[in-house]
Design a protein around this ligand. Structure first.
Ligand code: FBP
Length: 296
């Protein structure tokens, strides 16, 4: 079954937005060879942008503007929320055009992450209509969730996204994917990770949040990019990374936390807001919240 058919029961505007992004994803998947290097620009956070970051961002924003179905767009590569007054619909979309882009040069898996809202985008993850992500790795895969299960599609040789797995649910598993430097870990987080290691959890960390969380979704365990010494807010962005991927994993039977509370309950104050991130199985998330709770 192809993506369009699988989406047929859903809201037409939302369906069209996902199909447009899927078309752009096909273009992005063909664009890496010609754009391996860094661009000579930096994003609003002063981070050096990969050439692919800029290109993918432009493609996605033009496609969403051109759809006439999206009124608000916030992108990790843009300073503020873009508003398209001519839109016939009031959808709001958040974009991380190419998460993990620093890995393109070494040919590791990166991805595009999207959150879909009704109305403005500065809303908690629990208000999301849906979310999706595309992985550009050995395969190009697209995973979407519109509050009726998590479904994965593979881009085939004919350039079509076809269904690979429906109603993905996170299994019990023993993988941990720990971000931030061990020397900068705060005591509760250090004890948490050392506890998982003592339980025989295997370390899997690529440096691409979307790819690492995808592995956790399919193999079980927990991804973490915690608060750390010198980074009490963590590194990852609430709007572009933590909320949409936390939404997908929560809809697949897992959970997402900032170490103390459900990440999906946090209302963003600004597009650039960072948040400590734990995403994975309910057991692993309950454990860190218990340990952090005991600390305070
Ligand atoms: P962007 O590439 O979208 O800025 O994402 C941030 C990110 O690269 C995540 O994908 C990844 O998990 C993390 O930062 C890696 O951080 P570090 O280099 O500190 O391990």
């Amino acid at each position: 079954m192809n993506l369009e058919t699988h989406l047929s029961e859903h809201d037409e505007d939302v369906k069209q937005v996902i199909l447009r992004v899927a078309e752009i994803a096909k273009t992005i998947s063909k664009g890496f060879a010609a754009r391996r290097g860094a661009s000579d620009s930096s994003n609003v956070y002063g981070e050096r942008q990969a050439a692919m970051d800029v290109w993918a961002d432009d493609l996605l924003i033009s496609a969403l503007r051109g759809s006439g179905l999206v009124r608000h767009v916030a992108s990790e590569e843009q300073p503020g929320v873009l508003t398209f007054d001519g839109s016939a619909s009031d959808l709001g979309v958040t974009i991380d055009p190419l998460d993990g882009s620093s890995l393109i040069g070494v040919n590791l898996t990166v991805g595009t992450i999207l959150g879909i809202h009704r109305g403005g985008v500065l809303r908690p993850g629990e208000a999301l209509l849906g979310a999706m992500y595309v992985l550009y790795g050995p395969l190009t895969t697209l995973t979407y969730c519109l509050r009726d299960g998590v479904h994965e599609f593979t881009l085939n040789g004919r350039g079509e996204f076809t269904l690979h797995e429906e109603y993905v649910t996170i299994p019990e598993g023993k993988i941990f994917s720990p971000g931030a430097l061990r020397r900068d870990w705060l005591p509760a987080h250090r004890a948490y990770i050392e506890g998982l290691e003592a339980e025989g959890y295997k370390l899997r960390y690529s440096g691409s949040f979307v790819a690492d969380v995808h592995q956790i979704l399919h193999r079980g365990g927990v991804y973490s990019y915690p608060a750390y010494t010198g980074g009490e807010e963590g590194k990852l962005r609430l709007l572009f990374e933590a909320a949409p991927m936390g939404f997908v994993v929560s809809q697949a039977g897992g959970a997402a936390s900032d170490g103390r509370r459900d990440i999906l309950s946090i209302k963003p104050e600004a597009v650039s807001q960072r948040v400590p991130v734990y995403i994975g199985g309910k057991g692993e998330i309950r454990l860190i919240e218990d340990m952090t709770g005991q600390e305070s």
